[in-house]
Write a protein that binds this ligand. Structure first.
Ligand code: RIB
Length: 296
């Protein structure tokens, strides 16, 4: 079984601020850094750091050498990433004193995938392989369609949520990993228990992992519901906490671990991620996650 993550690659321009800038306000930041990010790249790095062999597909711009380099440094296969003659995707991220963030995205090369390219990439994968998707690239719907026709399993982290996601045939998804905001937008509920119930009704063939920040996480499929508390830590930057959770959950799941253990490992990994600044650089290695779990 091969794992393909078809997703975004971004340069994150991270500004430390006292508070997130308000409409009409001009605010100085105390620090800036430029790091690798993008929900796609972060997820590939989380899977790789968790010990999984992973193929990343997508588009980088002509300035994307460092993004590919970082993936390769972590052992991610990059032969399905093409270079397009535009700028790479980038994000402007403000991180405040409480570790909360706000993100402004520029899609850049991430929006330049063609049907021809996705067919070519997917021709290298087959029945039983897994396709991971987030929502920072174009042609999400076509990717799901072609992958399902081939018998691949589709795992969707519908982040950031918008009509690009809701216009897809989401009955093709085997597993959703999403947060409260995203679940609310998909099923129109406000309470976690109702969201889980509504996901079961709307997507009866799919399993759902709902992340609830400080309230932990919930897994549900047709047979069981499993809950996991979060690990309280001092957060300095919550960027990529969701990507880290998803990468570690999937790795544990694909290694055949019990659902409760998958949730616990993913929660520990995302707890560690929020104690460090940045997106990809904040994702912990498996040995650190193991050590953290042993210490609890
Ligand atoms: O999930 C965090 C990511 O969201 C950042 O790395 C940024 O690039 C945006 O895509």
């Amino acid at each position: 079984m091969k794992i393909l993550n078809y997703g975004s690659l971004n340069y994150d321009h991270i500004y430390l601020v006292d508070h997130i800038v308000r409409p009409g306000e001009t605010l100085s930041s105390s620090e800036i850094s430029v790091r690798a990010g993008g929900k796609g790249l972060n997820l590939s790095i989380a899977l790789a750091k968790a010990g999984m062999e992973i193929y990343h597909a997508g588009m980088a711009g002509e300035d994307g050498t460092e993004l590919l380099g970082i993936l390769r440094e972590h052992g991610v296969h990059t032969e399905h990433i093409s270079i397009h003659a535009v700028r790479s995707g980038h994000a402007v991220i403000q991180v405040d004193g409480q570790g909360e963030n706000s993100i402004l995205l520029y899609q850049g090369a991430n929006g330049k995938n063609s049907v021809e390219k996705i067919k070519k990439v997917l021709s290298c994968f087959s029945e039983g392989d897994v396709l991971l998707l987030q929502n920072e690239i174009n042609l999400l719907r076509e990717l799901m369609e072609i992958a399902c026709e081939k018998g691949m399993k589709v795992v969707l982290n519908p982040s950031p949520m918008n009509e690009n996601v809701t216009s897809c045939d989401l009955s093709r998804v085997s597993l959703f990993i999403l947060n409260e905001l995203e679940a609310g937008q998909l099923v129109g509920e406000t309470e976690p228990e109702q969201m889980i119930a509504a996901m079961r009704v709307k997507y009866p063939e799919a399993a759902t992992v709902l992340t609830l920040g400080k309230a932990g996480s919930i897994y549900a499929d047709g047979e069981r519901v499993c809950r996991c508390p979060c690990f309280p830590v001092e957060a300095v930057d919550t960027t990529a906490a969701g990507d880290t959770f998803a990468g570690y959950y999937l790795t544990a799941m694909l290694c055949g671990r019990e659902v409760g253990e998958c949730l616990r490992t993913a929660s520990a990994a995302s707890a560690l991620a929020v104690t460090k600044r940045g997106a990809a650089p904040s994702i912990p290695y498996y040995k650190d996650v193991e050590e953290f779990l042993r210490s609890r």
